[in-house]
Write a protein that binds this ligand. Structure first.
Ligand code: FES
Length: 107
Protein backbone atom coordinates (compact mmCIF):
# COMPACT_ATOMS: atom_id res chain seq x y z
CA UNK A 1 0.00 0.00 0.00
CA UNK A 2 2.10 2.85 -1.34
CA UNK A 3 2.16 6.02 0.69
CA UNK A 4 0.68 4.40 3.78
CA UNK A 5 2.13 2.92 6.93
CA UNK A 6 0.62 0.28 9.20
CA UNK A 7 -0.54 2.05 12.34
CA UNK A 8 -2.43 -0.46 14.45
CA UNK A 9 -4.47 -3.61 14.26
CA UNK A 10 -8.21 -3.05 14.23
CA UNK A 11 -8.35 -5.07 17.45
CA UNK A 12 -6.14 -2.49 19.14
CA UNK A 13 -8.54 0.34 18.30
CA UNK A 14 -12.12 -0.80 18.93
CA UNK A 15 -14.99 1.67 18.55
CA UNK A 16 -14.68 4.51 21.04
CA UNK A 17 -10.93 4.07 21.44
CA UNK A 18 -7.85 5.84 20.14
CA UNK A 19 -4.15 5.19 19.85
CA UNK A 20 -1.20 7.49 19.30
CA UNK A 21 1.34 6.47 16.69
CA UNK A 22 4.41 8.07 15.21
CA UNK A 23 4.62 8.34 11.44
CA UNK A 24 7.98 9.70 10.43
CA UNK A 25 8.51 12.63 12.75
CA UNK A 26 4.82 13.31 13.32
CA UNK A 27 2.72 12.10 16.22
CA UNK A 28 -0.72 11.13 15.03
CA UNK A 29 -3.79 10.11 16.98
CA UNK A 30 -5.96 7.47 15.36
CA UNK A 31 -9.60 7.43 16.47
CA UNK A 32 -12.24 4.79 15.91
CA UNK A 33 -15.61 6.52 16.04
CA UNK A 34 -18.35 3.94 15.57
CA UNK A 35 -16.22 1.94 13.16
CA UNK A 36 -14.88 4.90 11.19
CA UNK A 37 -11.18 5.64 11.53
CA UNK A 38 -9.86 9.19 11.65
CA UNK A 39 -6.24 10.23 11.90
CA UNK A 40 -5.16 13.73 12.89
CA UNK A 41 -1.95 15.26 14.11
CA UNK A 42 -1.77 14.97 17.90
CA UNK A 43 -1.06 18.65 18.37
CA UNK A 44 -3.58 21.40 18.76
CA UNK A 45 -2.93 24.34 16.48
CA UNK A 46 -3.77 26.78 19.27
CA UNK A 47 -0.99 26.01 21.74
CA UNK A 48 0.25 22.49 20.98
CA UNK A 49 -2.06 20.64 23.40
CA UNK A 50 -2.34 16.87 22.91
CA UNK A 51 -5.60 16.20 21.08
CA UNK A 52 -5.30 12.52 21.98
CA UNK A 53 -6.42 13.46 25.50
CA UNK A 54 -9.48 15.27 24.19
CA UNK A 55 -13.14 14.38 24.28
CA UNK A 56 -14.84 13.13 21.13
CA UNK A 57 -18.20 14.81 20.60
CA UNK A 58 -20.74 13.04 18.44
CA UNK A 59 -19.54 11.55 15.19
CA UNK A 60 -16.95 14.00 14.20
CA UNK A 61 -15.58 16.51 16.66
CA UNK A 62 -12.54 16.42 18.92
CA UNK A 63 -12.26 18.92 21.75
CA UNK A 64 -8.83 20.01 22.89
CA UNK A 65 -8.45 19.32 26.62
CA UNK A 66 -6.45 22.48 27.26
CA UNK A 67 -8.66 25.40 26.18
CA UNK A 68 -11.59 23.76 24.46
CA UNK A 69 -10.95 24.32 20.76
CA UNK A 70 -12.91 21.91 18.60
CA UNK A 71 -11.88 20.37 15.30
CA UNK A 72 -13.75 18.29 12.75
CA UNK A 73 -12.13 14.87 12.61
CA UNK A 74 -13.06 14.49 8.93
CA UNK A 75 -11.19 17.47 7.55
CA UNK A 76 -9.40 19.10 10.49
CA UNK A 77 -11.39 22.31 10.23
CA UNK A 78 -11.84 24.48 13.30
CA UNK A 79 -15.34 24.33 14.78
CA UNK A 80 -14.77 26.26 18.01
CA UNK A 81 -12.10 28.75 19.20
CA UNK A 82 -9.56 29.56 20.43
CA UNK A 83 -7.82 27.69 17.61
CA UNK A 84 -7.90 29.46 14.26
CA UNK A 85 -5.87 27.10 12.08
CA UNK A 86 -7.09 23.65 10.98
CA UNK A 87 -5.31 20.59 12.32
CA UNK A 88 -3.63 18.32 9.75
CA UNK A 89 -5.58 15.17 8.90
CA UNK A 90 -4.39 11.95 7.30
CA UNK A 91 -6.25 9.47 5.12
CA UNK A 92 -6.85 6.04 6.67
CA UNK A 93 -7.41 2.66 5.09
CA UNK A 94 -8.24 -0.73 6.53
CA UNK A 95 -6.87 -3.93 5.04
CA UNK A 96 -6.72 -7.43 6.47
CA UNK A 97 -7.24 -6.36 10.06
CA UNK A 98 -4.78 -3.48 9.98
CA UNK A 99 -5.37 0.25 9.93
CA UNK A 100 -3.03 2.20 7.69
CA UNK A 101 -2.34 5.92 7.80
CA UNK A 102 -1.17 8.00 4.87
CA UNK A 103 2.37 9.29 5.24
CA UNK A 104 1.40 12.68 3.87
CA UNK A 105 -1.29 14.90 5.32
CA UNK A 106 -4.36 15.65 3.26
CA UNK A 107 -3.67 19.35 3.42
S1 FES B 1 -3.94 24.14 23.19
FE1 FES B 1 -5.78 23.43 22.29
S2 FES B 1 -7.22 24.97 22.67
FE2 FES B 1 -5.39 25.73 23.50
Amino acid sequence: MDGFVAAASTADVPPGERVVVQVGRTWIVLFNVDGVYYAIEDRCTHDDGPLSDGRVIGCCLIECPRHGAQFDLRDGSVKAPPALVPVPVFETRVDDGMVYIAKAKKR
